[in-house]
Design a protein around this ligand. Structure first.
Ligand code: ADP
Length: 266
């Protein structure tokens, strides 16, 4: 009976979500969580109701990126847990808010346990009606993104984040294979840390060979969602727990996000 109840709650939650965007990357450190946070903030600033769900059980970074460390989910609603209301249009949920004292580090998470927890994050969190659920998955192609795919959230699409280095692009191919295997449509590819705009002279420099994400998108037929330059202010904003797009709305990186959300809103 309990299982049936859970399935009904899940089905009900899924009817309240219009679109699901899962942010994926082949490896860590490419800026996947940064993209998830800023994409969520940019969509929320465009007056959409957005939920940001962090399912990185072993290394949740959304709480730090939004300065929500130490927050815990409050107010048990009828539905279960209330997510953290970051601003009028943005709600946030992370494993960090339910597993205290880094307990998740010590626990050996088996696939079915992860699946159960992730399912609860959709079924038993009072998200309300969402235009977009943005899911920040851990890097790679493990149990967590698989769990999301198995729940078949409405209009779910993957966004793959990469950096210009060759290895990162090879990793993208793994993410593409994963999406194909689980039948998750790929919305597009983002090339992060692509070029560097010098704050002194204003010229753009290439630190790594850029344009690889664009080429890969062309080769594979997926949409190229844009290049986000390296910007040291992005690191400071992240460290301060502020979404970059809200702090520096006129920067090249913020404009890249504005362009990225156009096809998403179309
Ligand atoms: P991932 O989620 O892929 O592990 P993060 O989003 O945590 O990566 O980013 C890793 C680090 O790189 C963070 O310190 C972040 O602030 C920084 N970073 C990400 N994108 C950029 C960028 N475009 N310019 C400068 N720093 C960036």
């Amino acid at each position: 009976l309990q299982e049936l109840r859970e399935e009904l709650m899940l089905a009900d939650s899924l009817t309240r979500i219009e679109n699901t965007l899962m942010i994926l990357s082949g490896k860590g450190g490419v800026g996947k969580s940064t993209v998830a946070v800023n994409l969520a903030a940019a969509l929320a600033a465009s007056d959409r109701q957005v939920g940001l769900l962090d399912i990185d059980i072993h290394g949740p970074s959304i709480p730090t990126l939004l300065k929500l460390e130490g927050a815990s989910v409050q107010g048990q609603s009828q539905r279960g847990m209330s997510p953290i209301q970051y601003n009028n249009n943005l709600k946030v949920m992370s494993v960090e808010f339910v597993l205290k004292d880094q307990a998740h580090e010590a626990v050996i998470w088996r696939g079915p346990m992860k699946h159960r927890l992730i399912k609860q994050f959709i079924a038993e969190v009072d998200w309300g009606n969402l235009d977009f659920l943005i899911v920040d998955a851990p890097p790679g192609t493990g149990d967590e993104p698989l769990s999301i795919c198995q729940m078949a959230p409405p209009r779910s699409r993957a966004i793959i984040v990469t950096t210009p280095q060759k290895l990162a692009l090879q990793d993208v191919k793994k993410s593409i294979r994963f999406c194909r295997a689980v039948e998750m449509p790929i919305f597009g590819i983002v090339e992060n840390m692509s070029g560097f705009v010098c704050s002194n002279c204003g010229t753009e420099h290439e630190l790594f060979k850029s344009g690889g994400g664009e080429r890969l998108a062309r080769e594979t037929g997926f949409k190229f969602l844009g290049r986000i330059p390296l910007d040291p202010r992005l690191v400071t904003a992240s460290d301060e727990g502020k979404p970059f797009v809200l702090e520096y709305p006129t920067s090249a990186a913020a404009k890249a996000f504005d362009r990225m959300i156009e096809p998403i809103l179309a």
